[in-house]
Ligand binder design. Structure first.
Ligand code: NAI
Length: 697
């Protein structure tokens, strides 16, 4: 008998206890152990079987160590079927997280009991596949089409209370899973309860599955897995159970062969690898209990909100009492949102706004802060003034961080007497929502300060990426390049609306011009003005239409007009009629004859500009690995996760073809399209970005 499943008989109940730390993943030994355990229980004359997990969880899911290897028998769907077909009553007692195959084992059982903190779900679509061990065949029979559609196509985790409401579990009870499971199984035996196989229940009546498929595909912006999972649910409703299981397997295998699955698996592993850096090995972060935030505008208020929600005490400094009051209003507004969504209780709201948060106008209030994040105006002079003051008041060892988007963190550090304590912590707007945190390591930043940045990110539930110092770090530097590429396409004949549509079809949450309107066109205007003042390279192309929009007071959504006209609401996407004449004037002034762009060319150029700049960012060591770029774009810039990130996308396209395109465009614009040395090197060596990720791991 396998060690991974421990067998014990207690009275009439055979107990199968999973013992495969850390998460009781459903590896080969566990699957075999379950089949053996059921057989032994039947032979030994048990009346019921209890399945539960030792340690912190029920089966958390498939064993990721077996990913990519040929599957070994017994396969999971057969294990579930074997459990279900037992003449004994089978009970699963759930605690921890019962995900994917874990929940499918529970659905193969006849009764399910869970502890109140248990969570469950079928998250397969999140890695580009779908439930493959009966999840799409059993769940709709148990809870109907609508509810199972939500659970399966979202891949979300469902808490025990909701699972009870949905009908996924039969009972929720506090206690040790073994104890509540035993008591429940005994109760079922005593009551002479029937064996209750879900596969024998009637399937729901079919609905218009073609319409459902289209709707799910649209909602996922082209993501296939949730839509294909709809076909699984359809099979449940239209085919006998055994045939439905076969269909589920075929659909599963179809998804296994897609680029989208590769992209999502890459994203899954990249996200886990991003915080693993040799420079952090064995380095302890500094203490983090109380933090300071300077500036309570858009970003400062968001950062303060995120810090409060993660349990930190926050002191926020503003310029005067009025600004401090306004900042408090913003933070309360953000926390109201958390209260509405049930993330915090009214008592916690009170505690966070009245006790954990202190507003001040005097920097001396920061004397006991462990870390201070500056989020004042984006001007070097103002930043230097703030850091000089921080240097004077903060305790030794306090981490001094800037949320600057573009400015040189080395220069900021140099105006203090403690540059080793200075770091960039670049949050994204809205800072209490967006998951990305760029941790910008300056020349003199101490390793434990970097570790503290990562510790803060973890506390706040962020995905943190290490970046080096340059204009715009990883994300904004790459963004400015592909945005420029889009701007050039406009000069050459494309319209902003065509570009937005093409990129949204590619899978971006929003096209670049809709994003510009949302973020505020004044931001880009300020950057362009700064760059012109610093002196632009004479080989760079320039244009005035975007400045003219701003000069006319059109900053996007907040002023009602930008690239689009918002009189009819943001969703209407009505073009601003004033814009095209401005663009045409630029074209005329530069003697350009507009030409046609296909959707395909728009995407190809935009992506090539992104990948080429990203290759420079990696080549220069600003990002340590290609995967750091991928995670940055996925979490901060709306890049479609199912494409894995720009570097993964480039690998899947083939770097040689991409380089050939870049070289052909360079004939017209050698300055903009100069190939990145790293891209040329990889192509010459026949390697790709993922090889670099592997070199670094
Ligand atoms: P904002 O203009 O909304 O807020 C700045 C706040 O700082 C204002 O409330 C102002 O009263 C306060 N302030 C200015 N000087 C101060 C001083 N000496 N002491 C105390 N408070 C002072 O600006 P926003 O958008 O919040 O940006 C702040 C920083 O965050 C900038 O460096 C910006 O580049 C960066 N950032 C902005 C993002 C965005 O999307 N808005 C995204 C990521 C970073």
């Amino acid at each position: 008998m396998s060690e991974a499943i421990m067998y014990e008989k207690i009275g009439d109940i055979a107990v199968l206890a999973a013992n495969n730390p850390p998460v009781n993943a459903l590896g080969l030994a566990v699957r075999q152990g379950l089949v053996d355990g059921i057989e032994r229980a039947e032979k030994e004359g048990a009346k019921a079987v209890l399945i539960y997990g030792e340690g912190r969880t029920f089966f958390a899911g498939a064993d990721i160590r077996e990913f990519g290897k040929p599957p070994a028998e017994p396969f999971l769907p057969d294990v579930c079927t074997r459990i279900e077909s037992s003449p004994l009553i089978v009970v699963s007692a759930l605690h921890g997280t019962a995900l994917g195959g874990g929940l499918e084992i529970a659905l193969g059982s006849h009764y399910r009991i869970a502890v109140p903190k248990a969570r469950m779900g079928l998250p397969e679509v999140l890695i580009g596949v779908m439930p493959g061990a009966g999840g799409t065949q059993r769940l709709p029979r148990l809870i109907g089409i609508d509810k199972s559609l939500d659970v399966i196509t979202s891949g979300r985790q469902v808490g025990a209370a909701e699972a009870l409401e949905l009908g996924i579990v039969d009972r929720v009870e506090d206690g040790a899973p073994r104890e509540i499971g035993l008591a429940y199984a005994q109760e079922l035996i005593d009551a002479n309860a029937p064996r209750r196989a879900i596969s024998e229940m009637a399937a729901p009546e079919p609905v218009d599955f073609d319409a459902l498929y289209d709707a799910v595909l649209k909602k996922g912006r082209g993501q296939l897995a949730p839509a294909v999972a709809v076909r699984g649910i359809q099979a449940c409703c239209e085919l006998p159970f055994a045939e439905g299981m076969k269909r589920e397997r075929e659909l599963f295998m179809e998804l296994m062969a897609t680029d989208q699955r590769q992209g999502l698996i890459h994203a899954f592993f990249a996200e886990r690898a991003v915080g693993k850096l040799p420079e952090l090995d064995g380095v302890e972060p500094r203490q983090l209990t109380a933090i300071g935030v300077i500036g309570g505008g858009t970003m400062g208020a968001g950062i303060a909100t995120s810090a409060l929600l993660s349990g930190l005490r926050v002191t926020l400094i503003e310029m005067n009492a009025g600004a401090a009051e306004a900042a408090k209003g913003r933070i309360s507004g953000n926390l109201q949102g958390a209260l509405k969504r049930g993330k915090i209780s009214p008592a916690q709201f009170e505690e966070l706004t009245e006790k954990a948060l202190t507003l001040a106008t005097d920097y001396s209030a920061l004397s006991d802060a462990d870390l201070v994040i500056e989020a004042v105006f984006e001007e070097m002079g103002v930043k230097k003034d703030v850091f000089t003051k921080l240097d004077a008041v903060c305790k030794p060892g306090a981490v001094l961080a800037s949320n600057t988007s573009y400015l040189d963190v080395n220069q900021i550090a140099a105006c203090t007497s403690r540059p080793a304590d200075v770091i960039g912590l670049h949050f994204f707007s809205p800072a209490h929502v967006m998951k990305l945190l760029e941790i910008v390591v300056a020349d003199k930043t101490a390793p434990d300060v970097v570790a503290t940045g990562f510790a803060l990110g973890k506390k706040m539930g962020k995905v943190s990426v290490r970046a080096g110092v340059c204009d715009g770090f990883i994300g904004n530097r790459i963004l400015s390049k592909y945005r420029t590429c889009a701007d050039y396409m406009i000069l050459d004949g494309a319209s902003p609306y065509q570009i937005d549509a093409a990129l949204e079809k590619f899978g971006f949450a929003m096209g670049p011009y809709a994003v510009g309107d949302l973020a505020g066109l004044d931001i880009g205007w300020a950057v362009r003005k700064r760059k012109r003042a610093e002196g632009m390279d004479p080989r760079a192309r320039d244009f005035t239409y975007a400045d003219k929009l701003c000069e006319a007071g059109h900053f996007g959504q907040k002023t009602g007009k930008g690239y689009y006209d918002y009189a009819a609401g943001a969703r209407a996407r009505v073009p601003n009629p004033d814009l095209m004449p401005l663009i045409e004037a630029d074209r005329k002034a530069q003697d350009l004859t507009p030409r046609e762009f296909t959707e395909e060319e728009i995407v190809r150029r935009y992506m090539a500009a992104m990948v080429n700049e990203a290759a420079r960012v990696v080549g220069e060591g600003i990002a340590k690995r290609p995967l750091d770029v991928d995670v940055t774009l996925l979490y901060g810039y709306g890049f479609p996760r199912y494409r894995g990130g720009p570097m993964k996308w480039a690998d899947m396209q083939g770097l040689d073809g991409l380089l050939a395109d870049i070289k052909s465009w360079a004939k017209d614009d050698p300055y903009f399209w100069e190939p990145a040395p790293l891209l040329e090197k990889l192509v010459a060596e026949g390697r790709n970005f993922d090889d670099l990720n592997k070199d670094a791991s």
